[in-house]
Design a protein around this ligand. Sequence first.
Ligand code: PLP
Length: 260
Amino acid sequence: MQTPTIILSIAGSDPSGGAGIQADIKTISALGGYAAAAITAITVQNTRGVTSVDYLPGPLVAAQTEAVLGDLHPAAVKIGMTGRADIIVNLAACLSKYPDTPVVLDPVMLSSSGHPLMEPNATEALRTELFPRCRLVTPNLNEASFLLGKNLHTLQDMEQAATELSQHYGCAFLLKGGHLEGDRMTDVLFDEQTHHFSSARINTSNLHGTGCTLSSAIATFLGQGNSLPEAVRLAKAYMDKTIKAASQWEIGSGYGPLCH
Ligand code: PLP
């Protein structure tokens, strides 16, 4: 008998299969893990954008999470779109019963097309209830700027921001530099010390679900026993592979999904 590496994704549903829980399940499965999934919200969207978001009640999100944590004992948890204070507070209470399970959190605030995926009063709950419980938080530049209340323009700004956020919330932070200009993209991890991860920019608009893919890949590699910097390195290499393959794909008429 064998138990595969079980990863629980807690995230929103994207019916077009590019982002959210669908991207997470594809990623975890492609990397050899077993994917369990607890749903926080139902979005209506396709490659052209998000048209609506309905959140599930917080206790129902926590009940799904508890059902998986109490029985399947996942090696790691990935949290994506949480959306609402009620969901965050219930989730945090449930996760507090499993302090040894590493949590990777993508603080999803906006869709790639610019639609809000988090209610304005939920960010405070995210900071106080969930960040301190995480092994890693993975904001993009806009999310990190919002969290710090200042704009980030350079690699130096990112290094300082990752350190500040990590020291403030007591968990590692990976700042994703994809929105900075240039031929190369650099992400900055602060986990007691600073690490850089640099890759060539791939020219494609098929980037829907990159944040979801990266965070669920990191959770899978962590669950498989890698150190955090090694899990980030492996996850970035996987994401590059899926973006390169997706650049040859035509799915829908807007921003297409990654190719897992
Ligand atoms: N989660 C859901 C349900 C989404 O719909 C989206 C974006 O549309 C995201 C997360 C974030 O997507 P990305 O990985 O492109 O940042």
